[in-house]
Write a protein that binds this ligand. Sequence first.
Ligand SMILES: [Zn+2]
Length: 164
Amino acid sequence: MVRKVEKTLKEWAETLTPNQFQIARKKGTERAFTGEYNNHKGDGLYACVCCGETLFDSAHKYDSGSGWPSFFQPASAEAVEEESDRTLGMHRTEVLCDTCGAHLGHVFPDGPEPTGRRYCINSASLSFEDRPMSEEPDNLTHNDGHDHALNGNPAQQMTTEQDT
Ligand SMILES: [Zn+2]
């Protein structure tokens, strides 16, 4: 597997906190209900804590009661990679950052509509960023030129306000 971002474990250890490193690079799992984004309700995007690539959108976050941030889909299908995981005597599907291979969590087939999937993700693998203010629909300046507010993300275009 060729990654767009590749670093040695030593290099990752220098840029991450010990907790982030243990979870994102060593496939650890934070204890349930302890992660900073478990009950996080902000409107914005969750990026990979390792490489900064956008992975999840708060529009897809829901309260699963599991104790970990849960999403019913990633920000885009290309953002994450899924791999069979048979560790700990279980058969689960691991979710990784497609760009740098960071361990994010697991995906389970017991999520809500419309996907029926539950992406159970460690807060320590994520970095939240507020959605840019330029996307506010009540902005008085109707068109101020080339404002790439959508970042070219097709998943977001379906959820934007009417564009008249
Ligand atoms: Zn990454």
